[in-house]
Every structure is written in C-alpha cells, then in structure tokens.
Design a protein around this ligand. Sequence first.
Ligand code: ARG
Length: 470
Amino acid sequence: DGDVVRRERFGGGPARGFLSSMSADERIFEADLAVDRAHVVMLAEQGVVENDEAGEILAALDDVEAAGHDALPDGEDVHAAIETAVIDSVGSVGGKMHTARSRNDEVATCIRYRLREDLLEVLEATLVFREALVEAADGHAETLMPGYTHLQPAQPTTVAHWLLSYEQAVARDTERLLDAYSRVNRCPLGAAAFAGTPFDIDRERTAELLGFESVVENSMDASSTRDFLLETVGALAALATTLSGAAEDLILFSNKGYVELSDDYASTSSIMPQKKNPDTMELVRATAGDASSGVNGLLTTLKGLPRAYNRDLQRATPYAWETVDAVREATDVAAGAVATADWDEGALEAAAGEGFSTATGVADALAMAGLPFRTAHELVALASEHAERSSAERSSGEQGDSRDGSDYAALDAASEEVLGDPLAKHVPREAVESALDPEASVASRDSRGGPAPEAVGEALSMARESIDVD
Ligand code: ARG
C-alpha cells in the first residue's frame, strides 16, 4: 500500500526552478495545511473518504506542520510538496486528499486565507496610527501653525487641525481596506480546476470551516479571479499615498524647525556629525513607490488573461505580499514617529503669523461688516503688497520703525485708495485688529471641521468614536 508509483511526465528539467513557487509559497504553508484539513474533514463528512482514511491524512498533516516548511520534499509548489509528504507518510491513501479539488482552487483559497490575516494586521496598524494622530492632536488643539497651499504660507491653523486632517484620510483608508477584506473573505474551494466536480462536496462547509463568510459562486470565476488582490493592493496604495503626504509634511516641518522627530525615528550622517535627518519619514514617503509597483505589477499581469486558470497567476501573488508588508511597516513607523514627535510651539506660533497670513481673515471681517467680498479681497491684496514692500525696506535697514501696527496702517492706506475713506469708517478697528491676530483668527474659524479649538474638540471626539467602531 505504501508503494505508490509516481509518474512524472513533466518533471520540469532545466525549467524546474522557473516553474517552482516553493520559496514564495512559504507564506501560505500554514494556510495550505488549514485548507487541506478543512477539505479532508468535509470529504469524510460527505462520505467521499472513509473516516479512518481522513484520520490518517489529518495525522500526517500534523506531522508535516511540526516538521515545518523547510522540511518539505521537493515539489513544484507547496501544495504538491505537502501532498507528497502526506503520501510519503501514510502511503497511497494520502492521495485521496486531492479528491474533488485542484491546485487551482486550492491556491486561490490559500491566498485569500493568508491575505485575511495580513489585512487584519494592516487594519490594526491604521487604527494605531489614527490613535497616535488623535492623541497628539489632543495635546495641540491650541498650538498655532502656519497652514500652506502651493507650499506658500496661506492661513494660520493649529497642529491638531493638521493631525486630524490625516486621521480622517487614514479613516477612509481603513474603510477601503475593510471593504477589500469583505470580498477577500469568500471561499473558492470546491471550484476544482475551474469546472466543478462530480463528487458530492459541500462548499459551504469548507468555507465555514475556514472561517470564510461565503463562497465564490461560479467555479470558473472562483479559480481564476485575482481581482481581490488588485483591490487589496489598490487600497494599500491609497494608504501609502496618505502616508507619503504625512511623511512629506513632517520632513518639511523638520526642515523649518517646527517639529523634531524622536531619535528613534531619525538618522544621522556618516560624515556630518551635527546632522539629524528624518530618514524614517523619507522611507515612509518612498513606500508609495512599492505600492505603485504592486498595483502596476498586478494590473499588467492580470490584464487580458483568458479564462480560466493560467500560470501567470503564480507571479501575481507576490505583488500582494510585498505591498502588504511594505505598507504595514510604513504605517507602524509613521504611527511611532507621530506619537513621539516634539512640536516646537514657539517656532510654530512665530511662523503662524508671518507673511500677512491672516489676510483672508481680514477680508472676511471686512465682508462681515458689509463690504462685498471681492472689494474686501482687493483692499487686503493692496495692503499686503504695501506691507511686503515696507517689510522689505525695514529689513534693508532704511527705516527703523517697529512692525507693530504696520499691517493695520497698510490696510488703512489701502482703504483710502480703494474706498476713498479711512478703514475705521467701514469696520471697527478692534474687529480688524482681532482678524489680524493669528490666535483670534483661528478661534474665529469655528465652522464644522474648521481649526477653531472648539471645532477641533468635536472632531476629536468623532475621531475617537470612529476608531472604536472600526
Ligand atoms: N503554484 C500555482 C500558483 O501559485 C498553483 C498551481 C497551479 N498549477 C497548475 N499547473 N495548474 O498559482
């Protein structure tokens, strides 16, 4: 009974290594054992194999697991190698394991089984990152900072508002990953090569044993589709893009001295002893490249594949593993960097008011006093040109007067030019002074989702709630 004559018509010859997915398959070694067990249990329950035969196979699978992936005999892939190990151990009865299935539905099931685990880990990493963003925001609801558009100082905001902007973005990444998870979590097992099987199998039972939510219905689709890889990697690429933006901001803020990464998340130079570089954030930024190669690799590999299974699919799978590993690690690192970063409140506050950053707020104040917004915009634009010129003169030492009041003076002069009156005739001076003050300016922008500490407080509790729900 132990003498199985195994005839290998296609041994592979010189192309054997090329055909083999053995090393990449280490990732699905445990998954394959789980799939084998579920399948054998179902076959026994359905009376397709005898209970004692199933028992022998299951015991052999335990031995294979104990010996580990590295102890597997040679094989074209992990599925073939495990089957060989089982037959080596229990004889030809081991060959019953592959009844009513094919490696095509087997591998598709293994990938989904393992990918669920990886997706859960990366989902967990997004939650940890979101918590780090929320915790940091909690401590900086009133820390002013310059906000930028086109990388030019635009309007003052707060560190908390910046942090929460990323929390929201990562929350959507969590959502996309959960959405991908829901479709990864369907079981193709029982599709066999693509055309089903005459054996009386129970696909729902194996799906249940493996913890899948449902089955992939059509057997031809089930064995050949890899769209679940594509949408997973797509969601990961979106997350990597979010991370790269946050990393870029932190690199810029480090450059300006607004934030200092903890030593654990910085690196130094082998020649310039004074250097402290935000290398971890640069690597996080670069992870978008890994994700992009995953998306491109999958799209080009999957494009135009005919029905049903084609061996191209073997080369599609590693794109998913590489992307999920790279993005999970980058998410962990981003979370750690944010949780330990030190924000320089003095430098941030000073920068928040630079360059007539409150100009928009002043225009809003003029419009609130009844001027058409476009007129207010024109007036403030003119004032800001004046202010820029006089600040250039001051810094070249031609005039000694202090900067205090110069923004108001510039607005007043612009008012004479645009409206023909001093500004105070149109708007109370205090309203303008208040709009010119970065702190008051931020506090006034209390619209939903805005930077005012009040609005940020609400956003904080909403973010905490959504993290709990996710
Ligand atoms: N190792 C293959 C893969 O990863 C599965 C084997 C299917 N092989 C075959 N000749 N049908 O896709």
